[in-house]
Write a protein that binds this ligand. Structure first.
Ligand SMILES: [Zn+2]
Length: 876
């Protein structure tokens, strides 16, 4: 299991493959002890390669055991090929030939959840990025695209359902109680889109008629007990298929589309051609067991994976440095879809909150990297918020710079030009350039310069000339490997808000909003005919992934919060106002000065709660103070206790001032109505539960929360009440009762029990580590299931800051032990858990030294997998 010394792989070293694989025929004989895989590859020399005498190199990884090799039906003896740690090398091949191999593998022992493995009673696969080489010898790189035919043989009683990509072309029963199904996928695809599933599964079925009138059967395969949790995913799938036809002109291509739900899965879901494999947490949904947030997540992920059928599958990536080509683009597509299905403003606020908390933090830390990196050691470490979320922000900027219509022309051109090919980010930019006639040379810097740019804006109003001028400067901090940055092309969408709260007219055309395209390090924008000093509303909708530096006064922010016509910027003003108050409180707490509530913020919130015209979802978002994680990102030195205390003080003080209004809101939205997972109801529940969270702080919520917990007919309300009780020091009796009642009620629902673990893992009251350690022994927890690890260990390390960062170092020691326990068992999950420790440089002593020591302890472990080696070595 030991990885060799990790090698760095460079984009500049890319070379076309010397061989192509036209067809791939696989036979899987699934056995409890051994699984045999025979592989037949029709290979030929690649005319595009300069090396026409190269040997053929086939990758492998893990415990793939070679039985034999044949070339054109002739068995090779051992001297005719060489076999290294992870390569089978075949020299002296003719211009074209058929390579056959047989290997044995043991999926039942594969804990990495890459390649073919077992999840409970079923077999399933995960091949992106480099899992296919754990199944058989293959040139496992994305630019090798091949037509796959897959025959699966297995016991008919244990594995009645046998699935792979494409269409089923043959089924047969064998004499010995086994059966076989053969699948053929007519579309050329890379090996990372291969999938296989075998097990006892039940299916929910439906169908979709495409724009050209083809009837496509749709199937979602789950364990029988989960059949009642598939309706939402099916509806989301059909909505996605329709939306992609209407908005991008993309029609589905195969004769069937299948989704399979799997319990043990490293990621959310995987877009394998025609056979998407989903983590159960990303597909199952039912009001009784699923929160509103999880309903939205299911809708978004179903759409994301479906949209990959074009952005990723039909047009594929040439190499893994192009990952954002498919991911950034597809994240943007799924965010557009979710906006159209729900509230665009709420969706944008959620996306930006996530971007600021996680991507800005990554870009300011040791793992900061470009959207298109130049190098990596372990590609699994580059499935990052930068590649996904910042990549999506880049595509969003094409959309705003070019306009919806031209952007669509660009995407059509991209799909038409490159259908069936494996291409680069450059091809996407070229298609946008050719469709728009614009030179995007400078815009390309977004892919190659890391770090979060800062936009410093200063303004001046000239009452005599009636001009309002904005002086704008951009800069980007140094990041690992990049000390100097060139100016970005930054679209700055802005408006000016007058004293009456209305948008001012900005030009002769009567526009009240403009997009200013910043291209220089420093520029000035002068707006004429402005009759009074306005409040600028800058970067509306966060028109670029940058940080804004503008010296707003509290009065100006309150004005924007109450009046801005851009809903996103109204919310952003509430964040900026509470952030400035929190910064002052943190400062006071740190210097042991009394903390005092800011009157302006209270007045702004009172006005907010009195405005009945507002969408309740928006009010809820504006009431929610910046999270501790965001405060950590926003500060140079993370004083964990001061941040926690300042935020707790402000929440409690606000609750005291707003109690009557919050109570009225709570009762208004707590009115009984039949549950539906629609936008209106979700907004009401969100506001009600936000109000409940505040009321818990002033002795007015405990009885309400307990009543809500007992009477809730949906998981959103029940989980919110549980969380409120668990986090309330005065409600410990109720909390204990609620936890045990919840456990009793949902003992057999794995996903709900994950939530139960997470609520306790994130409980900020003292002794958090002891509670987590006790839960490690609970039957609801397992170190072999990634969802449970994320809920309990991840919840504690990422969201229970005050306990995790205990200055005695116990939290760090605990996390280190868990990471090392997972080292060779599941490298991918282990590597994800390290993130909180990598931020050590931002902490004061003693935490700084303790976190560094924890990383050092991980680095010192013999047999450290390269996933961990890369992150730890770059962080230290
Ligand atoms: Zn994706």
């Amino acid at each position: 299991m030991k990885d060799p010394l990790p090698q760095t792989i460079y984009l500049k070293d890319y070379q076309v493959s010397p061989f192509l694989v036209d067809t791939t025929d696989l036979v899987f004989d699934l056995g409890d002890e051994q699984t045999r895989v025979t592989t037949k590859l029709a290979v030929r020399r690649n005319p595009a390669s300069t090396d026409q005498v190269a040997s053929l190199e086939l990758n492998s990884k893990g415990s793939v055991e070679l039985q034999w090799v044949e070339v054109d039906g002739q068995r090779l003896d051992n001297s005719a090929f060489s076999l290294t740690h992870n390569l089978l090398i075949l020299p002296n091949l003719p211009a074209s030939c058929v390579i056959s191999t047989e290997v044995s593998i043991q999926p039942q022992l594969n804990t990495s959840m890459m390649g073919l493995y077992r999840s409970r009673t079923m077999y399933c696969t995960q091949c992106e990025a480099e899992g296919f080489r754990r199944i058989t010898y293959f040139p496992d790189r994305p630019d090798i695209m091949s037509v796959f035919t897959v025959k699966i043989i297995a016991d008919k009683v244990s594995y009645p359902v046998l699935l792979s990509n494409g269409n089923a072309i043959e089924r047969a029963d064998l004499d010995d109680g086994r059966h076989t199904v053969t699948w053929h996928d007519p579309f050329k695809k890379p090996s990372h889109l291969f999938a296989l599933v075998a097990g006892t599964l039940s299916a929910v079925e439906d169908s979709f008629t495409t724009m050209s009138g083809r009837d496509i059967p749709l199937q979602i395969f789950v364990e029988e007990k989960d059949l009642d949790k598939c309706a939402h995913a099916m509806l989301s799938l059909k909505n996605s298929m329709r939306w992609d036809e209407e908005v991008y002109g993309r029609e589905y291509d195969l004769d069937i589309f299948m989704i399979v739900a799997v319990d043990d899965f490293n990621m959310g879901a995987m877009e394998n051609k025609g056979l998407n494999i989903f983590n159960t947490s990303a597909v199952l949904a039912n009001p009784k067991t699923t929160t509103d947030a999880a309903f939205l997540r299911v809708e978004g992920i179903v759409a994301h994976e479906y949209f990959h059928n074009w952005s990723g599958n039909r047009v594929n990536v040439r190499d893994w440095f192009q990952l954002s080509l498919k991911e950034g683009f597809t994240v943007f597509r799924d965010s557009q879809f979710s906006s159209d299905m729900n509230s665009p403003t709420v969706k944008r606020i959620e996306d930006v909150s996530f971007l600021r908390t996680h991507q800005f933090a990554e870009d300011g830390g040791p793992m900061s990297h470009q959207v298109q990196p130049d190098s990596y050691m372990e590609i699994n470490n580059f499935y990052t918020v930068t590649v996904y979320e910042k990549g999506s922000e880049i595509v969003r900027m094409y959309h705003s710079l070019l306009g919806a219509e031209t952007y669509r022309k660009g995407s059509d051109l991209y799909f038409d030009r490159h259908d069936g090919e494996a291409v680069t980010i450059e091809e996407f930019v070229s298609a946008m350039e050719d469709a728009s006639g614009r030179d995007l040379t400078q815009f390309r810097r977004w892919y190659k310069q890391s770090g979060t740019p800062v936009l410093k804006v200063r303004s001046a109003y000239d009452a005599t000339a009636k001009t309002f001028s904005l002086n704008v400067e951009q800069s980007c901090p140094a990041t690992p490997g990049q000390s100097e940055k060139l100016p970005f092309l930054i679209p700055v969408k802005l408006g000016l808000v007058g004293a009456d709260g209305a948008d001012m007219v900005l030009d002769d055309a009567g526009q009240t909003e403009v997009v200013f395209e910043m291209t220089e390090a420093s520029q000035q924008l002068v707006i004429e005919n402005i009759d009074e000093r306005p409040v600028p509303s800058l970067l509306r909708g966060l028109s670029a992934p940058v940080k804004l530096d503008y010296p707003y006064s509290a009065e100006q922010l309150a004005h924007l919060m109450a009046n801005d016509s851009d809903g996103f910027n109204r919310w952003d003003a509430s964040q900026a106002l509470s952030l400035s108050v929190l910064n002052q409180l943190m400062h006071d707490s740190l210097h042991e000065r009394p903390m005092i509530l800011d009157g302006q913020l209270v007045e702004a919130y009172k006005a907010l709660l009195s405005d009945t015209s507002l969408d309740p979802a928006m009010v809820a978002l504006m009431l929610q103070l910046p999270t501790e994680a965001l405060l950590h990102e926003n500060t140079d030195i993370i004083h964990v206790t001061a941040i926690h205390d300042a935020r707790s003080f402000l929440r409690t003080a606000l609750a005291g001032c707003l109690a009557s209004q919050l109570e009225a809101i709570y009762h208004h939205y707590n009115a009984k109505q039949a549950y539906a997972p629609n936008v209106q109801q979700m907004g009401g529940r969100s506001l009600k539960n936000t109000a409940l969270g505040y009321l818990m702080l002033v002795d007015r919520g405990v009885e309400l929360a307990w009543a809500q917990f007992q009477s809730a007919d949906n998981m959103t309300d029940q989980a919110a009440a549980l969380t409120a009780l668990v986090n309330c020091p005065e409600a410990s009796d109720y909390a204990a009762k609620a936890l045990s009642q919840f456990e009793e009620q949902f003992r057999d629902e794995a996903l709900v029990m994950n939530l139960w673990l997470q609520v306790q893992a994130t409980n900020a009251q003292p002794n958090g580590l002891e509670r987590v350690q006790t839960l490690m022994d609970h039957s609801a927890f397992s170190m072999s299931n990634p969802n449970k690890i994320r809920s309990l260990i991840g919840g504690f390390a990422n969201a229970n800051h005050i306990n995790f960062h205990n200055p005695d170092g116990s939290g760090y020691q605990f996390l280190t032990e868990q990471i090392l326990a997972l080292n060779t068992v599941n490298p991918q999950v282990a590597a994800r858990l390290v993130t909180p420790l990598t931020k050590w440089k931002k902490f004061p002593e003693p935490n700084r030294e303790l976190m560094k020591q924890a990383l050092q302890n991980i680095a010192n472990k013999p047999n450290l997998v390269k996933d961990l080696q890369e992150i730890v070595s770059k962080s230290l």
